[in-house]
Design a protein around this ligand. Structure first.
Ligand code: MN
Length: 280
């Protein structure tokens, strides 16, 4: 299934795409898509609906974040070897974990405002994993059965705020709009292998990131099992699984985002995002 949230910011409605690709309105039938609303049970309830009885929404409306909110917005750092190298870091021996502020969530095509005082904003296309079932100390073999689905994430990053102010990376990952997610939450029945998805990002029409999730150092199942050793993951948690090489920080000289720059990013089977940067 492909699930979306459409409508003006703050007034999005949950929808499911039917067999013809039409948006069927789920509002009033199920809770919004977020937290328990994307639990495996909730998704099963949506699967059981007769979509022909639900209103069709018109095309052309704004697409919101595919999740109404997230209990946690986790990220894995330096999870592609060539990306670790371009930042001057060694490949990690265990997954590097950090968070983005939940308030960074945004629609996949929303303009992104460069915060006042920011000069080093950068792009990161990533496979996003949405948890569908509480997991605590699960094995790698059990891990993927706890996944609700997948989505495209742009882990937008302010490199000066991330690396020049001490402490944790969350400072540079969390500005409003710096977490576009969607357009779809694609359930696991459509993604048989999360380690076989191409992903890419073009800046102003020029491809700068072009890789495949098979290049991850730690795969999705390993990440979930590893995280669950330390914390309980809950339905609706979003995990951005790391970005491949080709970010602006790794260019010589570094290339950071300016007003008017346009990013277009895709993960195979999960759709495409497009964001224009605007001055704050
Ligand atoms: Mn990242």
């Amino acid at each position: 299934m492909k699930l979306m949230r459409v409508g003006p910011k703050g007034e999005e409605r949950p929808v499911v795409l039917d067999g013809q690709g039409q948006m069927r309105d789920l509002s009033g039938v199920v809770p919004d898509l977020g937290g328990q609303g994307v639990s495996l049970e909730a998704l099963e309830a949506i699967r059981g609906l007769d979509l022909a009885t639900l209103p069709v929404l018109p095309e052309g409306v704004r697409i919101g974040a595919c999740l109404a909110g997230v209990p946690n917005f986790f990220c894995v750092g330096l999870n592609y070897a060539k990306h670790a190298a371009e930042t001057g870091a060694q490949p990690p021996k265990e997954p590097i974990l950090f968070s983005k502020a939940a308030s960074a969530l945004a629609g996949p095509n929303d303009a992104v405002t460069i915060p006042p005082g920011s000069e080093k904003s950068d792009w990161e296309v990533e496979l996003g994993v949405v948890i569908g079932k509480t997991c605590w100390q699960v094995s790698e073999a059990e891990a993927l059965s706890h996944v609700a689905g997948y989505c495209v994430v742009n882990d937008l990053s302010e490199r000066a705020w991330q690396m020049e102010h001490g402490g944790q990376w969350i400072k540079g990952k969390s500005a409003p709009g710096y977490g576009p997610c969607g357009p779809y939450l694609v359930t696991t029945d459509e993604i048989s292998d999360p380690q076989a998805l191409s992903l890419s990002l073009a800046l102003n029409g020029e491809t700068v990131q072009d890789s495949d999730t098979s290049d991850m150092i730690f795969g999705v199942a390993e990440i979930i099992a590893y995280m669950s050793r330390f914390m309980e993951l809950v339905p609706g948690d979003l995990i951005a699984t790391g970005t491949p090489a080709g970010v602006g920080l790794g260019m010589k000289p570094p290339r950071f985002l300016r007003a008017g720059d346009v990013m277009e990013l895709s993960v195979e089977g999960l759709g495409t995002q497009r964001q224009e940067m605007v001055a704050g």
